[in-house]
Design a binder for this molecule. Structure first.
Ligand code: AHR
Length: 503
């Protein structure tokens, strides 16, 4: 059995846990909106047509922020198509996902859903086919109190109060050639700066996100961030990161170490942003909005409809997640939390059906995919401050990410509740790990409040409509506490969360 340990120190604080770390993403794509969160006629639908089974699962997931309405979709979207009387809304082609957008749901309806789910909206603007004026128009519609054409239009449409959206993304993945309105970094940087200037003139306190690279594998990665931030440094608060991971050609070891790539990605973007800040002699620090991340079997990119077929809400990338995927999702959350000093917003992509923790069937059930569990438990237990948690333990060599730790962990400390939470993965695919947590630097007697683990002998097991709870969290089998130290046995390929009380 491997042995690994961490020593936690209450004064070794990285940063407070940002609630926005537990954001998610709703794109008008596939069945995320239609027959996902919205399905009038479904037995669970409320008066607005929202599925209450999905609302319940969204609350249980612990989601705080939702990026909306895209994604690639937003780069061809006309926001005004989605407001006003529904019977007059146009049907349009969505060229990003080769489908028909009915516009039955627009921002006013989505804001109603967000209020029911108790989540904050992060609104993405179309800087693909549109620009400064349309961004200012949608901002006026969303946030201006009253007494102007577009704010009064919103009120006439039934939303008396402004939607009060704080966070705006200045476009989506405009470095990608697949993106409608794709631009080079210079052109995008100028447009993002002009849009940000306009938005700040309208409402100075907004939080603005400039597009970073759509992945760290893009040929322009690094140079893109540098150029964009040269144009926008004083005008934006965040630069975005997007990353999707999958198991390539049965290389489980590399896949399980995906979070080492995420660590490196974040560190590289922070270093690039700081170098621009230094060059500009700025004291300001740009934050990272990791506003798309997840496991996505992109290489299998399924269900693209034939070119002559245009359907409403087709099944697109409805990945079915297994145990290994859930362990990776848990470890990606460890990486995000570890970087809480700079990653102050993040969105798992997406929420329902489309590479999502929640799955639904039209007219049928909604259920939790395997990846639901580490997200929900981390969102529930990560409170207070993030503590530095350097793991002393074995490493292994991966083909894709070089040397990686077998055990990776992060901890949070809630001084008010007197509780420490530890989140830990074991990446070894055959051996358990004896994992020691030294809590002797904390005052008070240590006791365990709860400990749960996601693991299974069958790493490929999934949850399905017929077997919805095949994979859930189970009580951790072996946890012992002795004189301020805890010892936990981590099964092979597992994710574990433990909450300790220091009463
Ligand atoms: O989340 C799916 C897609 O992935 C988004 O639309 C896009 O922004 C990214 O490439």
């Amino acid at each position: 059995m491997h042995i690994a340990r961490i020593t936690l120190d209450p004064t070794a604080v990285v940063a407070p846990v940002n609630r926005r770390t537990f954001g998610t993403f709703v794109e008008h794509m596939g069945r995320c909106v239609y027959t996902g969160l919205y399905e009038p006629g479904h037995p669970s639908a409320d008066v607005d047509g929202f599925r209450t089974d999905v609302l319940d699962l969204t609350r249980e997931l612990g989601v705080t922020t939702v990026r909306y309405p895209g994604g690639n979709f937003v780069s061809g979207y006309r926001w005004e198509d989605g407001v006003g009387p529904r019977d007059q809304r146009p049907r349009r082609r969505d060229l990003a996902w080769h489908s028909i957008e009915t516009n039955e749901i627009g921002i006013d309806e989505f804001a109603r859903w967000a209020a029911k789910a108790d989540v904050e909206i992060m609104y993405a603007l179309n800087l693909g086919t549109r620009g400064v004026q349309e961004s200012l128009d949608v901002h006026e519609y969303l946030n201006h109190p009253a007494g102007t054409h577009l704010s009064d239009l919103r009120r006439a449409n039934g939303a008396e109060e402004p939607h009060g959206i704080r966070m705006f993304c200045l476009g989506n993945e405009l470095d990608g050639p697949w993106q409608l309105g794709h631009k080079d970094a210079d052109a995008y940087g100028r447009l993002a700066a002009a849009t940000a200037r306009g938005l700040r003139a309208a409402e100075p306190g907004l939080e603005l996100v400039a597009c970073g690279s759509s992945s760290s594998g893009m040929p322009t990665f690094g140079a893109w961030e540098a150029t964009v931030l040269e144009h926008t440094y004083d005008l934006v608060d965040y630069v975005s990161c997007h990353a999707y991971y999958e198991e390539h050609d049965g290389d489980l070891g590399s896949f399980l170490a995906s979070a080492t790539d995420m660590d490196h990605f974040i560190d590289s973007v922070v270093a690039t942003a700081d170098s621009i800040g230094a060059r500009l002699r700025s004291k300001k620090k740009i934050q990272v909005s990791f506003d798309e991340w997840n496991v996505w079997y992109l290489s299998r990119f399924q269900n693209q409809p034939p070119a002559d077929e245009w359907r409403v809400a087709p099944r697109v990338i409805e990945d079915e997640y297994n145990v290994a995927d859930a362990v990776v999702v848990g470890s990606l959350l460890i990486s995000l939390l570890r970087h809480s000093d700079r990653v102050t917003a993040a969105c798992q992509a997406q929420l329902v059906n489309v590479i999502a923790p929640i799955r639904t069937e039209p007219g049928g059930p909604a259920w939790r995919q395997t990846i639901f569990h580490p997200f929900a438990r981390t969102a529930a237990l990560a409170r207070g401050d993030v503590l530095r948690a350097a793991v002393d333990g074995p490493t292994y060599v991966t083909a894709r990410h070089g040397e990686a730790a077998v055990v990776d962990a992060v901890a949070t400390y809630d001084t008010r509740a007197g509780e420490v939470a530890v989140f830990v993965v074991n990446r070894d695919d055959t051996r358990p790990v004896r994992f020691a947590v030294d809590l002797s630097r904390f005052e008070g007697a240590v006791s365990r409040v709860e400990a749960s683990t996601l693991a299974d002998d069958d790493l490929r097991a999934t949850n399905t409509a017929a077997n919805q709870d095949r994979i859930t969290l189970r009580p951790t089998e072996q946890v012992s506490i002795d004189a301020g130290s805890a010892e936990i046995v981590l099964p092979p390929v597992s994710w574990t969360a433990v909450r300790f009380s220091l009463a």
